[in-house]
Structures are given as structure tokens and as C-alpha cells.
Write a protein that binds this ligand. Structure first.
Ligand code: 0GY
Length: 291
């Protein structure tokens, strides 16, 4: 099978300079496959995109730290994510994907390796099953570790998932705003429903990320900026931002990480909002001992 590349090899240098200590709070690593094979259940087969590439991108864009989110192509084998964290000299932490029968010892090892959360994925094109009961059991198990939950779902699932989401006992970070239709603006039905949900649930945060996946217009992502800037303004202490590098499954519309970074001041226009989005908020979740 041909291995796909979904990232640009020469991202532009952004005009925007992130503040010192800025965290790219949503990115992944793929492999390297020879060391860390992909899951037999993987829905895509990417080329290697390992830690050195990730750290080079971090430096090129002007970030200081990464949060490596376990990608679905690695299933519940978190070794590639742990390897990236271990090679980062303390500049990366992670979010794992685990099975409900994981031992306490294995959870403790993940914690030791820099993991601070688990991800529950509801996208049918990425995972075969999204067992809510298992997810709730896992969520209960991570409470003593002080971890949080990351959930990835599409907007049409928000209503159906609400009882499950409300039962989660931790901080919960919703990936990419729950994938709303941003083309209808900040008052479009899906944006409104998601913002109402955030307003009603203080333990929910979101990543204002993936303009490339959500925009209908493409770069410079005006529709995304218009719809999403009010989210940062309304919930400045509960938002994160990430590149989503190496952009799983985006091989037909590979985004430029420099252009994505240049969106940040359009989402968070003041230096105070930028500092919360890129430094204070991710530090509270991933490096709380330094805050
Ligand atoms: C993302 C989005 C995607 C993929 C994954 O774990 C993954 O494979 O997260 C996607 O295809 O939408 O957040 O990286």
C-alpha cells in the first residue's frame, strides 16, 4: 500500500511570532514505522513523521513546546507518542489512547512518560468502535492521576453525546470545536449549539484548531476566523490551539503550517488572549507543576 504524506515539506515562515513559551497543543507523530508499527486496524497508512521532524517544525514556527496526541493509526500502542515525549528534553507532553483493561501499572508508566490525558475518538472513519461505557470506566480511572479527557466528534453528534459528556468526571477538551459548520458564521446553528454547550459546562475546554479541516473557503480561512474568534473572546481560559501536524488524512489539501500559525492573531487579537491561548491554558493542563 502506498504510504501517504499529508504535510508540506516546506512550510512558510509565519509573520506572526508566538509569545515565549508557546505550546502547540495538538500535533501527532507517525512512527517511525520500523520502530513503532502502525495498528492493524489503522484507517490510513502515513509516511514516517517522527519527533525530529516535529521539533524542527516547532522551532521553525516559533513554538516552545508540543502536546503530542496519540493518532488513531497507532491504536492503543502509545510507544511512538512516548518516544517523542522522551526525546523532547521536557518540551513535550502527551495524550494517550488506552483500552479499558489497561493495568494501573501501565497507566502509571504513561504518567511517568509524560502523558496527561486520554483521547476518546468518535469519528467512524477513524475508529471501528467508540464504546461509551468503556470510555466512562477509563475516565474514572484517570481521575486520581489528575489527567483530563480529550474527545473528538462531529457536530451532528453533540446532542446524542451530551449525557455521556456530562458524565465525564474530569476537564474535557473538545478537539476542533466538535467540527461545526463554520461557514454559517458565529451564529450558525452548529457554532451556536457548541458555544451554548461550553457556556453551560465549565469543565469543558476546546481547541480552536483545524481551520484547514473546517473552513469551506480555504486559506486564509476567513470563515473560520470570523466564526471562531468569538469563542476565544467568550472562553479565554478554556481554549487551546494546535497545528494538527502532520495533518492526518489531509493529503488532498495539504495545509501550510505557517499560514495556520498566522491565523492565531485573528482568533486571539490581543497579546493577553494570545498568552492565555498559547501559554497559560496549555501550561495549566500539561505542565501544572510549573504554573
Ligand atoms: C486530527 C484529526 C484526524 C485524525 C486523527 O487520530 C487521528 O488519526 O486525529 C482526522 O482525520 O480528522 O485531529 O488529527
Amino acid at each position: 500500500m502506498t504510504r501517504i504524506r499529508s504535510w508540506t515539506e516546506a512550510p512558510s515562515k509565519p509573520s506572526y511570532t508566538p509569545p515565549p513559551g508557546a505550546v502547540d497543543a495538538h500535533c501527532h507523530v507517525f512512527g517511525p514505522e520500523a520502530e513503532f508499527p502502525f495498528s492493524p486496524k489503522a484507517k490510513y497508512h502515513p509516511q514516517d513523521a517522527g519527533p525530529e521532524m516535529l521539533f524542527a517544525l516547532r522551532d521553525h514556527l516559533g513554538f516552545s513546546r508540543n502536546v503530542v496526541v496519540q493518532a488513531s493509526c497507532h491504536g492503543t500502542d502509545n510507544r511512538a507518542t512516548l518516544n517523542a515525549i522522551a526525546r523532547s528534553n521536557g518540551a513535550a507532553r502527551g495524550v494517550a489512547v488506552v483500552s479499558p483493561d489497561i493495568s494501573d501499572e501501565a497507566l502509571a508508566q504513561l504518567n511517568e512518560g509524560g502523558v496527561r490525558g486520554v483521547r476518546f475518538n468518535f469519528l467512524k472513519r477513524l475508529v471501528d468502535h467508540a464504546p461509551k461505557d468503556d470510555f466512562l470506566r477509563i475516565a474514572e480511572r484517570i481521575v486520581p492521576l489528575g489527567w483530563h479527557v480529550v474527545v473528538y466528534f462531529e457536530a451532528e453528534l453533540l446532542d446524542e453525546l451530551t449525557p455521556f459528556l456530562e458524565a465525564l468526571p474530569t476537564i474535557v477538551v473538545v478537539d476542533h470545536l466538535g467540527r461545526p459548520d463554520v461557514s454559517a458564521g458565529p451564529n450558525g446553528a452548529e457554532m451556536r449549539a457548541f458555544c451554548d454547550f461550553l457556556a453551560g459546562h465549565d469543565n469543558f475546554w476546546t481547541k480552536v484548531s483545524c481551520a484547514d479541516r473546517l473552513s469551506r473557503q480555504g486559506p486564509p480561512y476567513d470563515d473560520f476566523a470570523e466564526a471562531v474568534a468569538p469563542v476565544v473572546e467568550s472562553f479565554p481560559d478554556r481554549v487551546l490551539w494546535g497545528t494538527d501536524w502532520p495533518h492526518p488524512n489531509m493529503q488532498d489539501a495539504i495545509p501550510d503550517d505557517g499560514a495556520l500559525t498566522d491565523l492565531i492573531p485573528r482568533l486571539a487579537p490581543s497579546s493577553e488572549l494570545q498568552r492565555k491561548l498559547l501559554v497559560d491554558n496549555p501550561m495549566r493542563l500539561y505542565w501544572p507543576e510549573e504554573v
